[in-house]
Write a protein that binds this ligand. Structure first.
Ligand code: NI
Length: 188
């Protein structure tokens, strides 16, 4: 297992559409293991393979941590004093995931992305999604998601299409962010 470097905007690979996984072999298991370690180290609650430079349709998310954040009312960094109810990690591996139905609409507040550092913004997402995917052994399964898990899943699925959440926020916010990134690049 290895912690892989996370690609950040404007790395062109992040705009690339990821290719389906066609063989569930050891190389897929290795990518999944590295992704888990990378996500937990970041730390993050979701990660797509393309974020570590592998443009394959693999995403992972931590359903336990997503539920935990929901309990905390999303206030990342402002953790509750009493955390006896800490939910364990429960990483879900989704290969070649497809949404089969989506319902409702919800504003995901202060959404962020490991590939878009130092930006938080509200994004409109579907409230509930049903999806199907394969696990790392090639076994198909269904997902029925709501709340934070549904939001994270949609965010990661966007990555597989080469879409960053930057593209789902207002043009003003996006342009300001792009300007900030250009300035960082000049300052380096
Ligand atoms: Ni992201």
């Amino acid at each position: 297992m290895a912690i892989l470097p996370i690609r950040t905007y404007p790395d062109p690979i992040l705009a690339q559409k990821s290719a389906p996984v066609t063989e569930f072999d050891d190389s897929v298991s290795k990518i999944v293991e590295d992704m888990k370690q990378t996500m937990q180290n970041a730390p993050g609650i979701g990660l797509a393979a393309v974020q570590v430079g592998i443009a394959k349709r693999i995403l992972i998310f931590d359903a336990g941590q997503a539920a935990q954040r929901e309990d905390e009312g999303e206030g990342e960094g402002e953790h509750n004093q009493d955390q006896e109810q800490e939910k364990p990690s429960n990483i879900v591996v989704c290969i070649n995931p497809v949404i089969t139905s989506a319902q409702g609409s919800v504003v995901s507040e202060n959404e962020g992305c490991l590939s878009v550092p130092e930006l938080r913004a509200n994004v409109t997402r579907s409230a509930c999604v049903r999806a199907k995917a394969f696990d790392e052994n090639g076994a198909p399964f269904d997902l029925d998601l709501e709340g934070m898990a549904a939001i994270v899943f949609q965010h990661e699925l966007d990555h597989l299409e080469g879409v960053l959440f930057l593209e789902r926020i207002s043009r003003l916010k996006r342009d300001l962010y792009k300007r900030r990134v250009r300035k960082w690049q000049k300052d380096v």
